[in-house]
Design a protein around this ligand. Sequence first.
Ligand code: NIG
Ligand code: FE
Length: 417
Amino acid sequence: MTEGNLLILHAAQLLSCSGFAARKGREMADIGLIEDGAVAISGGIITHTGSSREVLAQVNENDYVSIDARGKTLLPGFVDSHTHFVFGGYREEEFAWRLRGDSYMSIMERGGGILSTMQATRAAGLDELVESAGARLDELFGMGVTTVEGKSGYGLDRETELKQLRVMEKLNARHPIDIVPTFLGAHALPPEYQGRPEAYLDYLITCVLPVVREEGLAEFCDVFCEKAVFSPAQSERLLRAAATFGLRPKLHADEISPSFGGAELAAKLQAVSADHLLQTSGEGIRRLAASDTIATLLPLTAFSLGEPFARGREMIDAGCAVALASDLNPGSCFSASIPLLFALACIYMKLTPEEAVIALTINGAAAVGRAGSIGSIDVGKKADLILLRFPSYRFLPYHTGMNSVACVIKDGTVYRP
Ligand code: NIG
Ligand code: FE
């Protein structure tokens, strides 16, 4: 046996989700199912995959630690490509206000919402944030998430935006989950710049982005493109500037106001992803389908806000590449329940279980620019895998809201939740 060699044999089902780019439209139905599947891993990388017979013909079993996966399903680790998991404080009172009839935007307009989390995040120490955010990562990991994107956006000043990004940098070094950091300085207008959105964008471009770039603290730049937040023109200005600092564009698009043009802007800018899309127009869907921008849907947010779900079925039928993500945050969606997300995507957005799997694996990986290294069971990719304690992936939505993950394999190391 060679150290770091792992052999997973006899999985009732192996889903390869094979590929190195996002799957669009009809291609999302193909999960690459293999019965009695196997994977061989060396040094954290997948070296062989196929049926158990095929893999056993190519490797010497004695060189490996073996896992018998009979009765279980083996699939790529989930990639949660949209979260705000680093924040101070909570907003449980706002949830109660919304139940009473207040809208998300009206709470924000009277200084609550994102601005309330901004205050708590500014007040929190770095270590405190590392601890609370780390606990959230533990939960995600236990549900099979092996890569997570995380956004800043609760500082809205240089010091705190950088603090959030440094929290992610620290956690990336100490937690098995891989973290992909996104700069979301344009999440809301801070009190210091009320009524002066252009001046705030100038501040982000001249005083914050250069440091983010210099310290290599983020890979993407996101913006809340929404009525009474940042207009499409303002969003475009920021994202174009961010691109000159090497940050690829993402957008919070068409979450609340109907046909605000977020999807169209994302397609025009060739953004990596357009996220939410609850209110996207038919034209917006067509533009996304014709582009390489991934439509990232966040059903836990629609559910928590009591809003209608994004038209996932229509988007896939139109030819879009759809990803699913949690949007974990303290306001619109204090949940990262991957099991509930699966159920909502299938029951209310009418994705098939196969499409939902693709949306959380290879398409999630593409939405964080990593389709070449994670998101599928392909030779040469990272050995980031999940074993379900059931013999079919169909249990993912069917075992509604319940965690079906038996163990997580991250970089070839086995973790049991
Ligand atoms: O994706 N809408 C903007 N951002 C988050 C919510 C942030 C918050 O409410 O704290 C979202 O829904
Ligand atoms: Fe979000």
